[in-house]
Write a protein that binds this ligand. Sequence first.
Ligand SMILES: CC(C)(COP(=O)(O)OP(=O)(O)OC[C@H]1O[C@@H](n2cnc3c(N)ncnc32)[C@H](O)[C@@H]1OP(=O)(O)O)[C@@H](O)C(=O)NCCC(=O)NCCS
Length: 195
Amino acid sequence: MALFRTVSFAEQYPTIDGDRVYLRPPQMSDHAEWAGLREASRDFLTPWEPIWPADDLTRGAFRRRIKRYSEDQRNDQAYPFFVFRRADHALVGGMTLANIRRGCAQAGSLGYWMGASHARQGYMTAAVSMLIPFALETLRLHRVEAACIPTNAASIALLERTGFKREGYARQYLCIDGRWQDHLLYARLKGDGQV
Ligand SMILES: CC(C)(COP(=O)(O)OP(=O)(O)OC[C@H]1O[C@@H](n2cnc3c(N)ncnc32)[C@H](O)[C@@H]1OP(=O)(O)O)[C@@H](O)C(=O)NCCC(=O)NCCS
């Protein structure tokens, strides 16, 4: 029955091509560029993310990250992507469709980050717009959820621009930057149509 279908890819899930950026599954050879961008963006990103483990940017931690990503993808649990600028193939950010729930939910949660020097250039708007058809059509999800802290103006603008609707408010929803913080809840449903 279509509603309860899961999806599996023979090997790696596909790269998603767009005009300005493309989304590709992370791979071990991305480590140096990823670590450099994350380190350079530390002050920009850490107020909005879970606390980074002390060894987060090391090669060993990245190897474990890649292993986890590939297990998650094989089990249809999560689909991480790095965002690359088409013009020069530079890594500019990342996004993950995680916590996939099948059965009668057919839902997943979207998270994203942009390197500080690449912010406010429309890259994440493009990337989210490209991920939505992958989530709703290729993966056959019914709902993509996202949550953000009420003071995160950039994230709110991004979600509203890409067709997410505000659905609610969850108290102390996620532990971000070391504190349980309230979040606005957003979702984009299969029937919400093009933006
Ligand atoms: C949220 C984030 C991923 C947006 O990425 P981005 O590539 O800069 O987004 P875009 O350039 O596509 O911009 C999306 C919209 O947000 C607006 N915006 C971006 N930064 C903003 C800011 N600091 N304040 C207000 N609006 C902002 C943009 O102007 C754009 O809207 P508009 O074109 O209608 O004006 C990025 O700001 C980021 O990584 N922030 C820190 C980490 C974070 O917040 N992660 C998400 C946690 S929920």
